[in-house]
Design a protein around this ligand. Structure first.
Ligand SMILES: [Ca+2]
Length: 239
């Protein structure tokens, strides 16, 4: 195989990996569309995380635009209608969770143990985030929430990346980062709500998450950069 055809094949592979990123997904039910959330009606004191997700701190809330098993399109009444009118990014359901300075500090969190990763291989975590920073919920519930927080992602207890804060209110925005899988006997991803990182922002934050994915590869931007690099090599440019 000539260097020219080798580069072409590698480019084709890179592009192909862009087109079928979900074929080897490790996180399942990342859109929260399946499984029982509450079973007997939504409750702010119970975690609304459907399997194989499980709550690891406090009680993340399930929103279900249909109202079938979660907080409907009217939002959470006790939180002065948090996320009222907010459609899920994908399907009907998404998770909402809080980071608050109240009660000595709250960082709601949830996790999932996945199928094994390949140690040394690069993966990309992606998700869609939204923030209700309109000041909903009284101090009784850790509010008011005026911040646009972030989400730290831990793998087996170690921070591997942060899904960074939204730029505008009540709007789904895509976030992602890549990491290299460590050697481990099992793999548990945990998503932890964080305060708004900007000083003077109002700090306490209530965040929506939907369409969480973990796929092999450096991510769309990284893959495009790789493909561009290979094309550049064809043209004898340094890369
Ligand atoms: Ca969803």
């Amino acid at each position: 195989m000539t260097r020219y055809s080798s580069a072409l094949s590698a480019s084709a592979l890179a592009v192909a990996s862009l087109l079928v990123p979900a074929a080897h997904a490790n996180i399942v039910n990342g859109g929260f569309e399946s499984g029982v959330a509450y079973g007997s009606g939504p409750n702010i004191f119970s975690p609304g995380t459907p399997g194989p997700w499980f709550a690891t701190a406090w009680s993340p809330d399930m929103y279900d635009n249909t109202g079938a098993d979660g907080w409907g399109i009217g939002g959470i009444p006790a939180y002065t209608n948090m996320f009222k009118g907010m459609p899920a990014f994908q399907g009907n359901r998404f998770i909402g969770f809080a980071a608050s300075t109240a009660f000595g500090g709250i960082n709601e969190a949830f996790a999932q143990t996945t199928s094994p990763l390949t140690p040394g291989k690069t993966y990309t975590i992606s998700a869609h985030l939204a923030a209700d920073d309109t000041g909903n919920a009284s101090s009784t519930y850790g509010g008011p929430y005026f911040g646009r927080g972030q989400v730290d992602v831990l793998l087996n207890g170690n921070l591997i990346g942060t899904l960074t804060q939204n730029t505008v209110s009540l709007t789904w925005e895509s976030r992602s980062f890549s990491f290299v899988a460590p050697v481990a006997s099992s793999y548990t991803f945990e998503f932890i709500a964080q305060l708004d990182p900007n000083p003077g922002s109002g700090h306490s934050s209530y965040i929506g998450l939907d369409d969480i994915r973990c796929v092999p590869g450096p991510g769309a931007l990284g893959t495009l950069a790789l493909a561009g690099c290979l094309v550049a090599r064809r043209r004898r440019s340094a890369c």
